[in-house]
Design a protein around this ligand. Structure first.
Ligand SMILES: Cc1cc2nc3c(=O)[nH]c(=O)nc-3n(C[C@H](O)[C@H](O)[C@H](O)COP(=O)(O)OP(=O)(O)OC[C@H]3O[C@@H](n4cnc5c(N)ncnc54)[C@H](O)[C@@H]3O)c2cc1C
Ligand code: FES
Length: 272
């Protein structure tokens, strides 16, 4: 794991209350894999004291070598509210890679990525990895599939962030919104269901959406993994603030999302 103070190379708005911050951290960028996350902390302050977890959105290459990472975040509270004030040229504390990469999906014909809210953030790097257009963690690029579809649900069009990035990466994008201002009106899981059975499914977003996705996967008998965004304090397995309930052969148990996840087989989670 790398822990460093990283220079902010760029900090730009992507959508309503949503920003992309680019951090210069070559060693971390070379090591991190899609599905893993980093902790970010504002330097020179104890408020907030703890770092906050953010998914890898993308790696940035210079002459083919990873030199920086992109993180995309939605402003929801204290840390993200202050993060948006950090300008290019200033610095952030960053540590990672944390957690495990996405679970292996084999070599399917098509992969459906299902995102709700800010849950699209782990999927851009993952789409590049699946399509074999970029290698991560020191691996050479290797295609696992020819088709990646993003099903992306937002409350309204102004919150849709990074859609052009996905299209430019060769991803088929299917949008849904609560108010019908972009894509189909309704939940993203309804849009997915209307297109018919597909697998594997990979989900990230609010828990009710992930639960609906897990139920659809069970109905279809489809492989489904979900990336959980449970609030975290330490990010490295010490505090047990991030546990998720899972089924095991010996009964229900708890797993730490920060080190055992954040990606889990949806069929093994206990949805409450
Ligand atoms: C593995 C992982 C990856 C993540 N990746 C991203 C990402 O790429 N982009 C992004 O915008 N966010 C991501 N998150 C969520 C992000 O960590 C939180 O939004 C952030 O910690 C909020 O910090 P804050 O200080 O601004 O909010 P706080 O002041 O701590 O909280 C503000 C409000 O948001 C609620 N809240 C805080 N954290 C969460 C959460 N994780 N889930 C639901 N409600 C929460 C609080 O209960 C409170 O109501 C990720 C979380 C995890 C665990
Ligand atoms: S965040 Fe501390 S154990 Fe997971």
């Amino acid at each position: 794991m790398y822990h460093q103070t990283a220079r902010v190379l760029e900090h730009v708005p992507l959508a309503a209350r949503t920003f992309r911050v680019r951090l210069e951290c070559p060693d971390l960028a070379a090591a991190i894999r899609p599905g893993q996350f980093v902790m970010l902390r504002l330097p020179n302050t104890t408020d907030p004291l703890l770092g906050r977890p953010f998914a890898l959105y993308d790696t940035v290459l210079d002459n083919g070598r990873p030199v920086a990472i992109d993180v995309v975040y939605l402003v929801v509270g204290k840390m993200t509210g202050r993060l948006r004030e950090v300008a290019a040229g200033e610095a952030l504390q960053v540590w990672g890679p944390l957690g495990k990469p996405f679970l292996d999906v084999g070599t399917p014909e098509r992969v459906a990525l299902v995102a709700g809210g800010i849950g699209q953030t782990p999927f851009l790097a993952y789409a590049r990895e699946l399509l074999g257009t970029r290698g991560f963690g020191g691996d050479a690029p290797r295609a696992r599939t020819n088709r990646v579809a993003l099903y992306y649900g937002v409350r309204s069009a102004d919150l849709a962030a990074g859609v052009d990035d996905f299209r430019a990466a060769g991803v088929e994008v299917h949008m849904a919104s609560d108010d019908g201002s972009i894509g189909t009106k309704g939940y993203v899981t309804q849009l997915l269901e209307s297109h018919g059975r597909t697998e594997p499914l990979v989900g990230c977003g609010p828990e009710p959406m992930l639960h609906a996705l897990a139920k659809l996967a069970a109905k279809w008998g489809a492989a489904c993994q979900v990336s959980l965004e449970t609030p975290m304090a330490c990010g490295v397995g010490i505090c047990f603030s991030c546990v998720a309930k899972v089924k095991t052969p010996d009964g229900d148990d708890y797993k730490r999302v920060c080190i055992d996840g954040p990606c889990f087989d949806a069929a093994k989670l206990v949805w409450e």
